[in-house]
Design a protein around this ligand. Structure first.
Ligand SMILES: [Zn+2]
Length: 143
């Protein structure tokens, strides 16, 4: 590597480290922002998983119903339980989709990374003034 570039990178690293040491708050905010992004991604992955699970169970139930049609003597005892499990999955999906909506209608404090709704004027966590930073998109369902 070119010596000059090496020195430059070394300097940049030093600056980054000392900035990290002196502004613990900023690092904390970055960490919280990363966490919120992670939470949102994880929520979306869970939505996908639950949808896949529901799809598999639909198939399963369809196959069971068809088997009892082809061979009426086939027991369909498990059907009620399978439908109950499907109800639970749909409830979970609704909850996850509500979370996803919250992620869309709320924004993060630029200072500390705390989530806030459109009704908030100041960050509830660090007190940062949020005027002008209210998320544009909101359904007005904030508490
Ligand atoms: Zn804040």
């Amino acid at each position: 590597m070119n010596e000059e570039i090496k020195n430059l990178l070394g300097k940049a690293k030093d600056v980054a480290v000392s900035a990290a040491e002196t502004t613990g708050l900023a690092i904390n905010a970055a960490g919280r922002k990363a966490n919120a992004v992670f939470d949102m991604a994880r929520n979306n992955i869970q939505i996908n998983d639950v949808k896949n699970d529901i799809g598999r169970r639909f198939k399963d139930i369809g196959a069971l119903v068809y088997r009892t049609h082809v061979k009426p003597e086939t027991s369909s005892d498990g059907l009620a339980k399978k439908l109950e499990e499907l109800d639970k999955l749909h409830a979970k999906l609704a909850e996850l989709e509500k979370n996803a909506e919250d992620f869309k209608t709320k924004a993060q404090c630029p200072v500390c990374g705390n989530m806030y709704g459109k009704a908030d004027t100041f960050c509830r966590s660090c007190g940062h003034a949020l005027r002008g930073e209210t998320p544009a998109k909101s359904d007005g369902s904030d508490e």
